[in-house]
Design a protein. Structure first.
Length: 162
């Protein structure tokens, strides 16, 4: 009987050690969160506009802290550019006890084209920790204003008889 109690206690101790060590691995994974690779993305919305309209250009610096603001000098020949305050966003994902954090700074601009046609918007280059980040260029289609026929609307009201 005494031997049985000793065996039960040893088994309980082994179970606790195994459980705590596997939980500590999960805790270690959660504490030392993985961080995504730094990258640069650009997008323009909408992708097709008419002359006189504007499009929104967003340059996203993802998983990188940088003080440099993207330069848009190369766009000044084709666009009037208005910049807005940068916005920051972050996300946390936990899958199978592995925590991944991502964060980004979005630089937003209003682009008003100076001409019609397909305009390629090249990606700016940003340096982060000695590594140059660059995205794929995007295209914006600017259609010429179309002449429309003048439409006159005539409205006739009929008053109900009383």
């Amino acid at each position: 009987m005494l031997v049985l109690k000793i065996i039960q206690r040893i088994l309980l101790l082994v179970f606790l050690i195994v459980t705590l060590s596997s939980n500590s691995l999960a805790v270690k994974r959660a504490l030392f969160a993985a961080e995504g690779e730094p990258k640069l993305e650009i997008s323009v919305t909408p992708k097709e506009i008419y002359e006189g309209e504007s499009a929104k250009l967003t340059i996203s610096v993802i998983n990188a802290n940088t003080d440099s603001i993207p330069s848009l000098e190369q766009l000044k020949d084709d666009f009037s550019i208005e910049s807005f305050e940068p916005t920051k966003r972050s996300s946390v994902r936990i899958i199978n006890s592995i925590r991944t954090e991502n964060y980004a700074t979005d630089y937003n601009y209003r682009l008003t084209p100076k001409r019609a046609g397909v305009i390629t918007i090249p990606s700016p280059t940003i340096e982060v920790k000695g590594k140059k980040l660059q995205a794929e260029p995007v295209e914006l289609t600017v259609r010429e204003k179309s002449k429309t026929d003048l439409v006159l609307l005539e409205v006739e009201t009929i008053s109900p008889e009383v």
